[in-house]
Design a protein. Structure first.
Length: 113
């Protein structure tokens, strides 16, 4: 059964850090490009970062230099390390795969003082 379990979200102060995790089951994780997306209230879902099977990464301009995506194929897990967080980063964060196309349930990140 295909399942993504996301964790690590929460409330953090501006300038703080969080690490999101997405543990995947039911897919061949090692052949999948994995990605993180986010959706803020009233806005469309947007790409945050992707990582290929060769660990080539790509980032949205808004998070470059602050976020780092990584993967552990032995644990079928993709991570998103987020630092220097600001209120504009407040959103529900989703992980996704492409083979097959599947989304996690999302984890809330709130940046507020």
């Amino acid at each position: 059964q295909l399942q993504f379990v996301e964790s690590g979200g929460g409330l953090v102060q501006p300038g703080g850090s969080l690490r999101l995790s997405c543990a995947a089951s039911g897919i061949i994780f090692s052949i999948n490009t994995m990605g993180w997306y986010r959706q803020a209230p009233g806005k469309e879902r947007e790409l945050v970062a992707t990582i290929t099977t060769s660990s080539i990464t790509n980032y949205a301009d808004s998070v470059k230099g602050r976020f780092t995506i990584s993967r552990d194929n032995a644990k079928n897990t993709v991570y998103l390390q987020m630092s220097s967080l600001n209120p504009d980063d407040t959103a529900v964060y989703y992980c996704r795969s492409w083979r097959p196309a599947y989304w996690g349930q999302g984890t809330q990140v709130t940046v507020s003082s």
